[in-house]
Design a protein around this ligand. Sequence first.
Ligand code: CP3
Length: 352
Amino acid sequence: MQAPTTTNAADAVRDSAFLRAARGEPVPHTPVWFMRQAGRSLPEYLRIREGVSMLDSCMQPDLVTEITLQPVRRYGVDAAIFFSDIVLPLKAIGVDLDIVPGVGPVVASPVRTLADVAAIPDLTPEHVPFITESVTRLVGELGSTPLIGFAGAPFTVASYLVEGGPSKEHAKTKALMFGAPDVWAALMTKIAAISTAYLEVQVAAGASAIQLFDSWAGALTRADYQAQVLPYSTDVLGAIGRTGVPRIHFGVGTGEILDLMGQAGADVVGVDWRVSLADGIARVGGRCVQGNLDPTLVFAPTEVMLERADQVLAAGRAAPGHIFNLGHGVIPSTDPDQLKRLTDHVHEASAR
Ligand code: CP3
């Protein structure tokens, strides 16, 4: 007899170009989505966010659902990224922080001591019922389009907690790492547990892949990344591996540590635009890759952007699986029409 529609949708998600590529299986076309596709440059996003703070909007399932769907409708991308933020789980467990428009996350009492770390609670599903509700609703609305859940990796989240806000040098964070190994280990262990629990909630509610954002890991030397950061990201990715969903691991300026990021256990490694995709593929040896068009190419003439996209697509064929993306997030002043042209072009040029 008739299978319930939810089963059909779940089968279609499992068989989507995005998840096939993440598993290294043959695809009908190269799947494409854009980091930070939700929010930022879309006029419909700016309208719906009027008068609602960033963190409040992340806690309202109707807003989260609508904002997550907006780029899927407009661009026809192959995956949705859950609308939230890497500091949202911290807010949910009671850390005093805010996302200041045009600045980023600001933490009221930066973490410096073992007592500061001990005061941060662990995250349980009861802290984030709105996440479960938002993901459940979204999976219903998305039909055959997969939903990517995400969390911040321990180093990148630690940087906000220790600096108290955005930072270029991450000097206080690295000073803690160099000078207070016990505090560092406790903090990284705590954040790894929080990120793992936060991702597990998203996967339990129906997210069909996850991305671990270690945006600022490129600030580290290879040796420091390997000794002081990699083990904690490995713990997060290992725990999520037990759920069976593909895991993407991404950071910015990570050319020198890309092989190590692959060793953390991800199925897919995100490559930023500074590294040629061919080099990125060689460095992560045998893994699937995601990337890596320079996000400023949307400001170039369309034909130049598409020519560069063709080069990325051609290079991607050397990997067992390639998910097309920008090399970092959508720049806020991006013209959405350029992203629409780019999405259509990737689909057409890669159709097999
Ligand atoms: O596609 C999406 O944008 C999905 C949702 C998403 C947000 N943040 C929403 C957001 C995702 C995936 C993130 C991840 C995130 N947040 C990262 C990793 C990704 C990356 O870009 O490397 C980082 C480092 C953060 C921390 C953070 N939050 C920053 C640096 C900022 C930008 C500050 C600014 O205003 O430019 C934020 C705020 C934020 N997160 C906004 C959005 C839509 C803007 C807030 C607003 O509109 O008021």
